[in-house]
Design a protein. Sequence first.
Length: 397
Amino acid sequence: MNSSFLCSMHDALEAGPDRLCDDLLALGVTGVTVAATYHAARDVRPRGRAGRLIDLPAGAHYMPALAEYPRETPPWTPPPFAEADLLAALREATAARGMTLTAWTVFGFSERLGRAAPALCRQDVYGDRATSDLCPAIPAVRAYALALVADVARRAPDALLAESLHHAPLRVTRRFVPLDARARIALGLCFCADCADAAHAADVEVAAVRAWARAAADAALEGRIADDPAPVGRDELDAEAGGALGAYLAVRAATVTSLVAAVSARLAAADVELRVLDQAAAEERALGRGPVDEAYRDGVDVAAVARSCGAYGVLGYAPDPAAVAHALEDYRAAIGGACSLRVALRPAWPDCTSTDNLAAKLAAAAAAGADGVDFYHYGLVSSDGLDRVRAALGALL
């Protein structure tokens, strides 16, 4: 099973590309997966030499722009990353050591772009815009994705790890009303003009879907539902609104599948592998029997997407090795042999506090047919977490 460590460009800046690669090799890790673009975050860095708390800016591109972007989605690179092309420097450092380099690229989650141009974002049934969640049905958003792919590909990484290359689920910071599964699904649907046009073109009764979504959301927001977190069955949901909801979800999935295929084709021309990652295995369940059904809520038809990528990544963010194994088995059944399967594991709290636990997850992943493991996140893990990676990988060999 091959391995990599996910890290930020700040990690590469602080250590230097050569030192970062040497430190990872000493752990038994043979690849670097570095964030080429990322969203806002405030992180604790237990081993940080330049500071133990870091604020990551919204929607940053951690590489100087080389490609042409749509005027609605101009890239922004914070200093000092605009002065030094660290992604290109990491390509040189990894190649010299026989390590793989993966550019971890966040596509559809950008507070900077969304707040600058709200019309690019999901529009819910009330007409409200989620100004961090770019809608993949909007032509400018799709053009931005392809420009970003071209920018990354010019640094010749071995692979691009695509995060948020799909519709976004409902994300809220605070709420004081219970939302059942139907309400969470309803409030996560996009009814922007481009989503509606795509549905109309497929003869979907959009008005019926809107009415269903409004009724489901109103029932929750007006306090007329029980606090029930149980997910709704996929077949049951598809049948609602006289079957129009299932047809609407199918159009969303077709939108995402076509975007992934376009991204994959652009990368293939540059000899870069596409790896796709969704967040369903780590989300609060709303739909279906497992994470593959949950991914469909975000417009990801896992089986269709897998046919356009070289690897599919699964978030194994759970304390129990059996839960990681079940998620991987769900994805493996959907993917079949269309592409390889990878798992992302956190080697530290809150998922893991012992080498035995991490080793059990690696063994479960191997048994479930995973071909690679990506540890999350180099700069956020304490020294004992790094020791755990070294020991668990050693036990796997």
